[in-house]
Design a protein around this ligand. Structure first.
Ligand code: MRU
Length: 347
């Protein structure tokens, strides 16, 4: 079962807002619906957003009725901007849209219908590549986990955050499949609770031992010596290794350094943005404060109480032990190791 796939002229997604209570699917037939589903987090997680946007562009190629190739490209560029604007932080979104537009810009297709077919094939390729890349990440990262290890994990980086398999949770999955006995402490990840709702659901499916913990308990378990390693994902990694990930990642990194616990970021190379010199340049999404005051429709304070809701934070690269990618594990200096990984080199 894939988190996102093409289904007879539409984009089919697992509706992540309904989990863990119900496994429901959304069927999206317009670019506007794809953009809305990314914005309202029906689909979320950097690689899953990227693949959804790629299929969104395949839909755009059908929505744009122009037969003239220049006019068709202009229409696709405009739909691409609409998709990119849905969420600003995960670079996989812009990466996927640009890759899809490159198919149109290349001039290789001579007719509009040829281009429509080529764009669907390109989107399917992005989705298939995502699964293969995650499996490679899993194999690379599994060696970091010793038999009997307890891993602290933040947010959801599993198959739901990707097309399938997962990044940081993919590493855990690969090590579990190799027979290692693991225990995972899952940060609940306020305010959207991706850890307790989605990661715990995935651990149940895979049969991996886990416990959901309040985000605020992470330091408690580190100080007790119960955490051997911390694995998190990323939404965008700057050229120097600074990275944006789900809010709460930065405080975990600082606590890990204080307790001398290895701290790894796990991500595909499509999450690396070499155009940004440091994490200071990463755009950080601020979401509706109602997600904090009224999570999942349950008001925990009166409606006039004020709140703020940054969706991501930036962790400086000095807190990282390494970055696990499909090309290997990047180590400092990240400017060099990440550049090599992005170019397809082994690191
Ligand atoms: O707001 P979300 O749920 O889209 O945030 C997701 C994360 O921060 C993940 O850690 C990240 O996208 C990596 S997923 C493989």
């Amino acid at each position: 079962m894939r988190t996102v796939e093409w289904d007879d002229g539409a984009v089919k997604l697992i509706d992540q807002r309904a989990l863990p209570w119900r496994l429901e699917f959304a069927r999206l037939e317009t670019v506007a619906q794809v953009a809305a589903s990314i914005r309202d987090m029906t689909v979320r997680g950097a690689p899953a957003i990227g693949a959804s946007a790629a299929f969104g562009m395949a839909l755009a190629a059908r929505e744009c009725a122009e037969d003239d190739m220049a006019a068709l490209l202009a229409c696709l560029e405009q739909r691409g901007e609409r998709l990119k604007a849905a969420r600003p932080t995960a670079v996989n979104l812009a990466w996927a849209v640009e890759r899809m537009l490159d198919v149109a810009r290349s001039g290789e297709c001579k007719t509009a219908d040829e281009l429509r077919r080529a764009m669907l094939l390109a989107a399917q390729q992005i989705a298939d590549d995502d699964v293969a890349i995650n499996r490679r990440i899993g194999t690379r990262g599994a060696a970091l986990l010793n038999d009997g290890a307890t891993i602290l994990h933040h947010c959801n980086t599993g198959s739901l955050a990707c097309v399938d398999y997962g990044t940081a949770l993919g590493v855990i999955r690969a090590a579990h499949a190799a027979g290692k006995r693991l225990h995972v402490l899952l940060d609940e990840t306020r305010p959207r609770l991706q850890g307790s709702r989605l990661s715990a659901w995935e651990m149940e499916e895979l049969g991996v031992s886990y416990a959901i913990i309040p985000d605020t308990a992470a330091g408690f378990y580190m100080r007790k010596g119960e955490v051997d390693i911390i694995l998190v994902g990323a939404d965008r990694i700057a050229a120097n290794g600074d990275f944006a990930n789900k809010i709460g990642t930065y405080q975990l990194a600082v606590l890990a350094a204080a307790h001398d616990i290895p701290f790894y970021c796990v991500a595909p190379t499509s999450t690396i943005d070499m155009a940004l010199r440091s994490g200071d340049e990463i755009p950080i999404e601020e979401r509706d404060p109602a997600e904090v005051t009224t999570p999942y429709g349950v008001a925990i304070v009166p409606p006039h109480f004020k709140a703020r809701n940054p969706a991501f934070d930036v962790t400086p690269h000095r807190y990282l032990t390494g970055i696990v990618t499909e090309q290997g594990i990047a180590r400092p200096p990240y400017v060099k190791s990440l550049a090599r990984a992005v170019d397809g080199g082994e690191i």
